[in-house]
Design a protein around this ligand. Structure first.
Ligand code: SAH
Length: 275
């Protein structure tokens, strides 16, 4: 364990890099904590957070940090990933292998641009997994996107410190190029405006039927929900799932069926949508 020292406040000529934290989850080898700190510091990243490390930073970590001691000393240690992500508006997970889930997968350069664009607005995180098993599905569930460093398909797993270095370099490169403008919208079939309108009418109707919303006081609630779904920008399949859930909720309550209360949208409310 490194002795805590009182350090001077960090100065940030590198805005918005200081809003980008690297989170290492369940790291086994303390040398990798040091390598990651060194990799970060060379690229101007200063925020290291450790989620449930096997051991806290020690002498071996310091040796591998090769001068990036301050990052290790400042590193927050958290019980789990959720704690390490506190306050973050965006978390991008890293993965050495393709996942079976249909996860939005970014190239390193695109991930770097997204992190920078969002770091201008608040705290963001890049999340790295365990040396032997990476991130669990639950941990990936805390991440909005996934980034994979393209490798030889037959040998895709980089050393943890090396993965931090590659992605930290991409962030620095994007930062130097001033590419912090928001990304183009992802190439997925977003729900159309009319489908969204239909969904919101269906949602409002369902909330009344199940007794969640008060007919006289639900405007604020509905507006908040609308904002929520607008931020999420669901695609067609996701919207179908939501419609299916609403239909199921209406059915369970024995509420009016869509035939009696004409549904707002043309598309049906499938109970078991095809995903
Ligand atoms: N056997 C593990 C590999 C872990 S390597 C697995 O199958 O997931 C340790 C960590 O380094 C990974 O969790 C990830 O954070 C990072 N990493 C290694 N190779 C990577 C790659 N090709 N792309 C992105 N991150 C990688």
């Amino acid at each position: 364990m490194i002795e805590p020292t009182i350090l001077p406040p960090v100065e940030h000529p590198n805005a918005p890099l200081e809003h980008i934290r690297c989170v290492l989850v369940g790291t086994t080898h303390t040398g990798n904590l040091g390598s990651a700190a060194r990799a970060m510091k060379t690229m101007g990243l200063t925020r290291l957070e450790l989620a449930n490390p096997r051991h806290p930073p020690d002498a071996q970590a310091l040796a591998y940090a090769a001068g990036a001691d301050d990052l290790l000393q400042r590193a927050g240690i958290h019980a789990d990933l959720v704690g390490a992500l506190a306050g973050c508006r965006l978390a991008i997970g890293t993965s050495a292998r393709p996942r079976s889930l249909a996860w939005p997968l970014l190239e390193p350069a695109a991930a770097a641009r997204l992190l920078l664009a969002e770091a201008a607005l608040g705290e963001v995180a890049l999340v790295f997994g365990r040396e032997n098993s990476g991130l669990t599905n639950d941990e990936l569930g805390c991440c909005h996107q996934l980034v994979q460093i393209p490798t030889d398909p037959g040998f895709s797993s980089l050393n943890l410190g090396a993965a931090v270095q590659v992605l930290a370099y991409e962030i620095r490169r994007a930062w130097r190029e001033g590419q912090a403008e928001p990304l183009a919208p992802p190439p997925r079939e977003l729900a159309t405006a009319e489908a969204m309108a239909g969904f919101h009418t269906h949602l409002a109707q369902t909330l009344l039927e199940i007794g969640f919303a008060d007919p006289n006081q639900s405007t604020q609630l509905l507006m908040r929900l609308r904002n929520l779904f607008n931020r999420a920008r669901p695609d067609r399949v996701e919207l179908n799932i939501l419609r299916g859930i609403l239909s199921a909720a209406q059915g369970r309550k024995g509420a009016r069926r869509p035939a009696e209360a004409p549904p707002p949208a043309a598309d049906p409310h499938p109970k078991e949508p095809h995903v």
